[in-house]
Design a protein around this ligand. Structure first.
Ligand code: ADP
Ligand code: MG
Length: 259
């Protein structure tokens, strides 16, 4: 095994409890560089909690986690910040600053690498501005660069959020239900963009979804989650719609029973 084939994520027996709630139960997961993994599960199944562990926003109650070769339990302060700089994130609600231009929003993606507060596009180094415009071109929104972010459609805002995440040249991109707020056409655009960018950059993508259809259409590897456990880990090609729906059906049934 060469260095570049070493797993980017290695979770062993990861568990997390919040008070009485077991959000993760004995989760083990190994992800190789350049893989696109879909975390599929209903609301409350633990997807966000798992993603938050992967960039050190949560500490596990039990288990071991290595990300990009680093033992997460041993990382503190500057070391943790540096690791986070290698991991990009996009969210369901985009988290853009609506009153700022699209370009400024993308520029903030590089803030971790800059000192001091920034006010206005001119306060960023020319090289950053050039890179931000390149990212905007890549996501097909160069012509919107100087528009306020809140004037864009949801799908466009998510593409801006992806451009912002790419500013830090991440090795891993975590996408937490990136299409949950979007119409089907925008969802397809965002999912295909994630897939293309992952392939171009050998970027590892972990994307949570709750929709079986989208997971089957875009996932390469599907990790199914239920009540904090991994209940399925399979190439999407081996997963029939019926099998996926059956898992979901059981999830829905067990949730209904629990109520
Ligand atoms: N900070 C928290 N405090 C208490 N409970 C939490 C917290 N975060 C998540 N949970 C609980 O953990 C479970 C998994 O949540 P989450 O990871 O958000 O699932 P998903 O993203 O799949 O909807 C849920 O029961 C949720 O209520
Ligand atoms: Mg969630």
């Amino acid at each position: 095994m060469t260095v570049s084939d070493a797993p980017v994520i290695e979770a062993h027996g990861l568990s997390k409890t919040f008070g009485q709630v077991a959000a993760l139960r004995d989760v083990s997961l190994t992800v190789s560089p350049g893989e696109i993994v879909v975390l599929l599960g209903l609301s409350g199944s633990g997807k966000t909690t798992l993603l938050r562990h992967l960039n050190g926003l949560e500490t596990p109650t039990d288990g071991r986690l290595r990300v990009l070769g680093e033992d997460m339990a041993a990382l503190r302060g500057g070391d943790l910040r540096r690791l986070r700089g290698r991991i990009g994130m996009v969210f369901q609600q985009f988290h853009l600053v609506g009153r700022l231009t699209v370009l400024e929003n993308v520029l903030t993606g590089a803030l971790a690498g800059l000192r001091g507060p920034r006010l206005g596009i001119a306060s960023y180094p020319r090289e950053h501005r050039r890179r931000a415009l390149t990212q905007l071109d890549r996501v097909g929104l160069l012509d919107k660069s100087y528009q306020r972010a809140d004037t864009l459609s949801g799908g466009q805002q998510q593409r801006v959020a992806i451009a912002r995440a790419l500013m830090q040249q991440p090795e891993i991109l975590l996408a937490d239900e990136p299409v949950a707020s979007l119409d089907p056409e925008s969802s397809d655009q965002v999912m295909s963009l994630l897939q293309e960018i992952a392939a171009e950059r050998q970027l590892t993508v972990i994307c949570s979804l709750h929709q079986v259809e989208i997971a089957l259409a875009w996932g390469r590897r599907i990790v199914g989650m239920r009540s904090g456990s991994v209940v399925l880990d399979t190439p999407a090609a081996d997963l029939t719609r019926e099998a996926a729906m059956r898992i979901y059906g059981r999830v829905a049934a067990s949730l209904a029973e629990a109520k």
